[in-house]
Ligand binder design. Structure first.
Ligand code: COA
Length: 145
């Protein structure tokens, strides 16, 4: 868990980045019905109209559909407004909640990235997923019919 100071510093950096042009990423805040900030979804820009999706919801609110709803909105924004062609996401092999979220969002598994991140004093693999513009749009049409 991050300290309050560390989190304050990170938030300040997020706000600074949000005011620079061209932008390197976009955040969507997730609030509950009491207007309390409980999570976020982020899209960071990659090369050639690609984006990387990231997200977190506070533990007490897991399993209530917050990430599914917010991530779907962010993907729609990424494709329609930011004109992305590909959106990818990476998650830990033991992160079943994230894998289920990506499956629900119709992301396609692409494989395992070895020693992708260094966290908690160790190199860790990630599973890579992506959704392409035409795949997302055909899913949206299918869901409507
Ligand atoms: C991943 C995360 C954002 C999901 O948020 P959420 O608001 O609980 O997600 P939703 O309620 O929209 O549910 C999405 C899917 O995750 C599943 N899920 C939620 N919590 C779960 C848990 N603890 N264990 C297993 N699956 C879980 C839901 O059942 C749902 O799957 P389904 O569609 O097959 O039913 C949340 O678990 C989290 O913040 N984790 C820590 C941060 C993190 O891992 N971020 C991603 C880094 S790659």
């Amino acid at each position: 868990m991050r300290s309050r100071d560390d989190q304050t510093e990170r938030l300040a950096a997020d706000f600074t980045r949000a005011q620079t042009e061209p932008r390197s990423d976009y955040y969507l805040a997730i609030a509950n019905c009491d207007d309390l900030l409980i999570g976020f979804v982020r899209i960071g820009f990659g090369r050639d109209r690609s984006g990387e999706l990231g997200y977190a919801v506070r533990f007490a609110d897991w399993g209530r559909g917050y990430a599914s709803e917010a991530a779907a909105l962010m993907i729609q924004f990424g494709l329609d407004t930011l004109r992305l062609h590909r959106i990818q996401a990476a998650c830990g092999p033991d992160n079943y909640a994230s894998q289920r979220l990506l499956a629900r969002l119709r992301f396609v598994p692409e494989g395992r990235i070895r020693d992708h991140v260094f966290t908690n004093d160790a190199w860790r693999d990630s599973l890579l997923y992506s959704v392409l513009e035409h795949e997302w749009r055909s899913e949206v049409v299918r869901a409507r019919n």
